[in-house]
Design a protein around this ligand. Sequence first.
Ligand code: ATP
Ligand code: MG
Length: 397
Amino acid sequence: MAHILIVGGHDETFRVIDDLPVELSVFQNSESVTVDQARRAHRLCVFDYRDQAEALCRARALHEFTPFDAVVSFTEHGLMPAAVIKEALGIAGNARDAVRLTRDKIAMREHLAGRDLGAVLTRSCSSASEVRNFLLAVGGPIVVKPAGGAGSSGVFRVSSLDQVESAFARSRGEYPGPTLAEEFIDGPEYSVESFTTDGRHDIIAVTAKTTTGAPRYIETGHLMPAAVAPSALAELRGLVTDFLGSIGHSFGPAHTEVRFGSAGPRIIEGNTRPGGDFIWELVLRAMGRDLVRESICHLAGLPPQSRTPGRGAGCVAFFAYENVVIERVHGIEAARQAEGIIRLQCSLEPGQRLGPLRSSADRQGVIVAVGTDLVDAERRLAEAQARIRVETSPLPH
Ligand SMILES: Nc1ncnc2c1ncn2[C@@H]1O[C@H](COP(=O)(O)OP(=O)(O)OP(=O)(O)O)[C@@H](O)[C@H]1O
Ligand SMILES: [Mg+2]
């Protein structure tokens, strides 16, 4: 039986591999550990695995006792520790370079510069005056964002000189570390979900997004598969395939975000893991691809597992209220029972005072719907939403 180390993950990660004949060791942090994970894992180490030195030290000790065949992570903060362990122990897993280039947006832009993968003007900035100079050099709107950020935290669109100072300070304040300024790519936003084995990239689906718009672009919804013209689809697939090849991604799921600008598609960011924001659930339930299970089977040398067919299409909509007081919330349970709804989470409660949305984490829940095609999935989502009534009043200043 193959021995696999999993770094981080949720109950769902372990549930979908529950029946596989694999010996599992798990590194987990104290906030995410559960009884179910302890039951499934043959060995469970609870510590802050983001500390790469400690993760490597513990992995070495375990490896000496009972050698690993592979290491994998499906969660943002576990990717780098897993890649460090893979490289140090010489076992199967995600390539360290591919992870490094996608965890650090400055490193990714430096890597892409000079390659024929759709140029985006960028600059690493350590002061507001550097951002100001970059804005002048671009001669159009830019985006300021943290190099290691997530969930749109610290992301700001800047279109005039008077916005620079506050955008730079707020970006730094919300998310420490280096700041990246980029030309603003204007156009619809997509993500491309893929699965790579032995360096071959299988593009599974393209997801269309809605966001809160400027200045922060917090995601409010996803549609899969996106309705995209065949020629644009081919361009998106081609760009992402070339991108994954260029960073040396040789194994596992990837979620690559792209904007389709007037000069063609441009990479916004890459992630060598399944898409968050319940995109993984659309991949599973709409497209019929279980990327966690497929990854573990591949690493363990198990035969490809039969797939449960997907429904065909799906959509995700977030509760994203801001600057209101929640007075009443009706119909959540009725909406949850609506046909085609596979998930409904809602933390809205009467009396809540909701300030501005600062990142994805400030959203108040989600509805996930599936259907035979996009029209069907969107209709089911709309039917569920129609059962919900949220009464609000303006947030007093
Ligand atoms: N160069 C750019 N041009 C246009 N829009 C951009 C650019 N960079 C970022 N954005 C917008 O800001 C959003 C957040 O940026 P990015 O994905 O880099 O940050 P993030 O914090 O990793 O977000 P998330 O974790 O939600 O994907 C993007 O989805 C996009 O809408
Ligand atoms: Mg992003």
